[in-house]
Design a protein around this ligand. Sequence first.
Ligand code: KIV
Ligand code: NA
Length: 279
Amino acid sequence: RKPVTINTIQSLYRKKEPITVITAHDFPSAHVADHAGMDMVLVGDSLAMVAMGMDDTSEVLLDEMILHCKSVSRATKGAFTVGDLPMGSYEISPEQALASAIRVIKEGRVKAVKLEGGKDMAPTIAKITGAGIPVLAHIGLTPQRQNALGGFRVQGKTTSSAVKFLEDALAVQEAGAFATVVEAVPAEVAELVTKKLSIPTIGIGAGNGCSGQVLVQVDMLGNFPPGRFLPKFVKKFGNVWEESLKAIEQYKVEVKSRAYPAREHTYPMPKEVFEEFEE
Ligand code: KIV
Ligand code: NA
């Protein structure tokens, strides 16, 4: 398929066709997302939890994000690929952010970067876009700031918080972001703000009035053991963990019982040759 570019995304937005986004963290997860025809693939710093087993995103390093971006971008021949700037790699100054963004693009081989923050990050977004690197903003619930937000809480639920959310949205648009992720805000607020903007909103836990949707792939595939907490907005479209468990348990049974490998999994040797060898 034709590679998705920033123009493709703008044209989907103009046609009001929902923009499909999913995360990926390595070659196989990116490959399947690309084959499924996702418009965008995001190397989200949620990989800290879903691929590295960390407790939250605050631990993942820029070098680690770049390594994952490299693997993902080798697979995404069609989807527009975006890499997250991890906590600590962009907050000090717009210069620091641009230096980090350049590394993610040059070494990670993705096409754009994402960073969390609204009004306060506008100069940073302007700096990066000014260097010709597309920026996907991320407003509403910003997980890297969970300690300052008092946890993973829905944003924009009060009038003042909804006003702040709108100001953030307008600020990132003004700063040059090509789109913005909108995480965990009431559907009504997300829809109204989407209407006020002239860039696409990519919702997660933000209802059906956004310009597109994003989900963490491991979550939507059900690729995790039973009992894990999932936010309300995640729909489990698959049961990959159960499938993998069943397959590996079956492999174990068949190796223990010598049912595997069977004849058809084995390289034969002509009988006469073997007899000669056996002598
Ligand atoms: O890190 C991530 O996966 C994200 C998406 C959920 C938007 O930021
Ligand atoms: Na993220």
